[in-house]
Design a protein around this ligand. Structure first.
Ligand SMILES: NC(=O)c1ccc[n+]([C@@H]2O[C@H](COP(=O)([O-])OP(=O)(O)OC[C@H]3O[C@@H](n4cnc5c(N)ncnc54)[C@H](OP(=O)(O)O)[C@@H]3O)[C@@H](O)[C@H]2O)c1
Length: 288
C-alpha cells in the first residue's frame, strides 16, 4: 500500500504563483501549467498555506475549466502549519498541528480548493514536536482508504523524526531545503536515509530562493556554466540531481522562460571534481 506515484525529475513549485508573489489570474495559472506539462514537468508542489490559503484555489480554477488536465499531472500538497492570516481568523500565533483532526480537515480543504477528488502525495509540512505517530497513521489510513490521498511524506524533518513516523506509516517523500547554498542534507543523515529507505528526496529552493549566492559560489557555478554552455542556475539544478538518492528539485520560477531553461539540467552530468569544486566554493574551505 501507499506506493509513491511516479513524479517528474523536475517538480514545479507553486508557492510564488499566487498572492505571495506573481499574483496570477486563472489564465496565467493555465499558461504555466500547460507549459510545465509540455516540458514534461508533470508534478506540481503546493501547500495549503501558499498565498495565505488561496493559491491551491487559484490552481484549482484551471482544473475546474479543464478537468482533463488532472490525469496528466501529479499534485503534492502539504498540511500541518497553522498560519496567522485573514483567511484563518482563529489562528492567533503560528503553530504546527499534526493531529488527526487537523490533517483530515486540511486534506478536505485542499481537495475542495484544488477541485480534485484525490491528492497524489500529502506531506506534513514541518515537524510538530507534539506529533503522535499513531494519530498521524490513523489520519493517513483514513485518507488512503477513502481514495482521497494516494501516498504520504514529510518536509523539513530530521532523520530521527522520519524514523519515528516511519514506525507508524510508510514515508515515501521527504522535501527539504537543499541547494548549492544549503548543504546540510548531504551530511546530517537525511539524504542517507532517503537512499537507504527508498524515500524520494525533493529539494525546495534549489536556487536558494533566487537570492544571490556568495560571490565565490556564483563564480564557480558560472565557470561550469561556461563550460557546459548554459546558465549558472541550470548547473545548480544539475548539481543537485547528481546525488544517487535521486533528488527532485522543486523549482520556484514564475516565468515560462525559466521553466523552459530548467529542462537543460536534465542533460548535464557533472563529474566528481566538478561537483566537489561547487561544494567547496559553497563551504569556502577545502574538503579534508
Ligand atoms: N517544504 C517547504 O518547507 C518549502 C519551503 C519553501 C519552498 N517550497 C517549495 O519549493 C518551491 C521552490 O522554492 P523557491 O521558489 O524558493 O525556489 P527557487 O527556484 O530556489 O527560487 C525561485 C526564485 O528564483 C528566481 N530565479 C532567478 N533566476 C532564475 C532562473 N534562471 N530560473 C529559475 N528561477 C530563477 C525566481 O524568479 P522568477 O520567478 O523571475 O523566475 C524565483 O523568484 C516553492 O514553490 C514551493 O513549492 C517548500
Amino acid at each position: 500500500m501507499y506506493s509513491t506515484p511516479w513524479m517528474s525529475d523536475i517538480v514545479v513549485g507553486t508557492m510564488r504563483w499566487g498572492i505571495w508573489d506573481a499574483n496570477y489570474n486563472t489564465s496565467d495559472y493555465q499558461r504555466m501549467i500547460e507549459k510545465s506539462l509540455e516540458l514534461g514537468f508533470t508534478t506540481f508542489d503546493h501547500a495549503d498555506i501558499y498565498g495565505d490559503h488561496t493559491t491551491e484555489a487559484g490552481f484549482g480554477e484551471v482544473l475546474k475549466v479543464q478537468p482533463a488536465l488532472r490525469e496528466q499531472l501529479e499534485i503534492v500538497t502539504k498540511c500541518g502549519i497553522l498560519r496567522v492570516c485573514e483567511q484563518k481568523p482563529n489562528h492567533y500565533i503560528k503553530a504546527y498541528d499534526s493531529s488527526k483532526e487537523h490533517i483530515l480537515r486540511s486534506a478536505e480543504d485542499s481537495l475542495r480548493n484544488l477541485k480534485t477528488d484525490y491528492i497524489d502525495v500529502l506531506l506534513i509540512h514541518r515537524p510538530d514536536f507534539l506529533m503522535n505517530p499513531d494519530e498521524v497513521g490513523e489520519a493517513f489510513e483514513l485518507l488512503y482508504r477513502s481514495g482521497k490521498v494516494r501516498s504520504f511524506g514529510v518536509s523539513n524533518f530530521t532523520s530521527s523524526q522520519v524514523e519515528l513516523l516511519s514506525s507508524a506509516v510508510p514515508i515515501g517523500v521527504h522535501q527539504l531545503e537543499i541547494s548549492a547554498n544549503a548543504l546540510q542534507a548531504f551530511s546530517d543523515g537525511t539524504l542517507d536515509q532517503c537512499l537507504k529507505e527508498g524515500i524520494v528526496p525533493m529539494a525546495w529552493s534549489p536556487l536558494g530562493g533566487g537570492v544571490n549566492f556568495a560571490a565565490s559560489l556564483n563564480e564557480e557555478l558560472n565557470k561550469w556554466a561556461n563550460h557546459f554552455s548554459t546558465t549558472s542556475q541550470v548547473v545548480a539544478l544539475a548539481w543537485l540531481m547528481q546525488h544517487p538518492a535521486g533528488i527532485l528539485p522543486v523549482i520556484g520560477t514564475t516565468k515560462e522562460e525559466n521553466l523552459e531553461k530548467a529542462k537543460d539540467a536534465l542533460s548535464i552530468s557533472l563529474d566528481r571534481q566538478q561537483w566537489y569544486s561547487i561544494y567547496q566554493a559553497s563551504t569556502g574551505s577545502r574538503i579534508p
